[in-house]
Unconditional design. Structure first.
Length: 151
């Protein structure tokens, strides 16, 4: 059985930190499904989902084992539908751990076959967050050092 991991997130935007987690995750899994979700807690996106889909697909175009999709349902249900038994997540700090731990527990309750796998963010990328990048971009700052593609 193939080891497929779902890498879910709103990815608004998808950063070099996200890219790092995916590239490192490829050593653990046969396939990774980058899943751009419609987060009900984030009613308005800064970057359109279609734009992110295109940019993330471009980023990983030479990796056939990586698929990029969108979804708007519970992550645990979406993982089951896509044959993913693992959720791949990155942790920058203890705040991320607390948040991700709670989500992992609920996902495991909803889909008992689903394991969350956490990778610690590479130190040089730990300061990158999508919210900071959005703010810099909003005020015409240069975000090219933080993204694996051109905006």
């Amino acid at each position: 059985m193939k080891r497929v991991a779902l890498f879910p997130g709103s990815f608004d935007p998808f950063t070099k930190g996200h890219e790092d987690i995916v590239l490192r995750g490829m050593h653990l899994f046969d396939g990774i499904v980058i899943s751009i979700g419609y987060n009900s807690a984030k009613s308005i996106r800064y970057f359109p989902v279609d734009t992110m889909m295109e940019k993330v697909k471009e980023t990983f175009e030479s990796y056939p084992q990586i698929k990029v999709v969108t979804y708007s349902e519970l992550t645990a249900s979406f993982a089951k539908k896509n044959g993913a038994r693992f959720l791949l997540r990155g942790l920058r700090n203890t705040t991320d751990f607390e948040y991700e731990n709670s989500i992992a527990q609920v996902n495991r309750h909803l889909n008992g076959d689903l394991e969350s796998v956490f990778l610690i963010t590479s130190p040089q990328l730990a300061s990158i967050s999508s919210s900071i990048i959005r703010e810099v971009h909003r005020y015409n700052g240069d975000v090219s050092d933080f993204l694996p593609y051109k905006i």
